[in-house]
Design a protein around this ligand. Structure first.
Ligand code: ATP
Length: 140
């Protein structure tokens, strides 16, 4: 029988690029029906993801990637996340996220304006996600 692996491969893919591809010890995501922790040698699985930080552990250190929806597949000791948008903390443009947050908040506050509320709420959640991941990364 194969020896059990102590790591698993994590790959995060967007329509533009592969954001992350490395061996890690643990992956934690928020699926639509709750949190999902994935250790090496996990059984095959498919889940739909929320707008939430993906947390992974590498060499005993926890790090985060912002992931805005998409799918996760676990198969053959590999976790593949396919998502419309994902960013490493160091690639998040804070000013842009702050501007997106303020824009969405303005739209939601201004009831007179004929806006798509769900779209504004999703934009706000993406902006808050990015600001949260940057904050955790910079330790503030
Ligand atoms: P914005 O209104 O600023 O475009 P958004 O939430 O509508 O924000 P998305 O549609 O989620 O943006 O993403 C479009 C692309 O831009 C994706 O590739 C995403 O990774 C990137 N992106 C969005 N916001 C940021 C940010 N603050 N920093 C870095 N990349 C970002």
């Amino acid at each position: 029988m194969d020896e059990k692996s102590k790591t698993l491969r994590l790959e995060v893919i967007t329509p533009d690029t592969s954001v992350f591809n490395d061996d890690v010890e643990f992956v934690l995501v928020r699926a639509l029906d709750g949190d999902l922790g994935i250790m090496p040698n996990h059984a095959p699985l498919i889940a739909s993801l929320s707008i939430w930080p993906l947390t992974y552990t590498k060499n005993g250190t926890e790090k985060q990637i912002s992931v805005a929806k998409g799918f996760l597949e676990v198969s053959g000791n590999k976790v593949t996340v396919v998502t419309p948008a994902a960013e490493l903390p160091e690639n998040i443009d804070v000013k842009r996220a702050q501007a997106a947050k303020e824009r969405a908040e303005r739209r939601l506050e201004n009831k007179a304006e004929n806006i798509d509320v769900e779209r504004a709420e999703l934009a706000l959640r993406r902006a808050l996600l990015r600001l949260d991941v940057v904050k955790t990364f910079s330790g503030k």
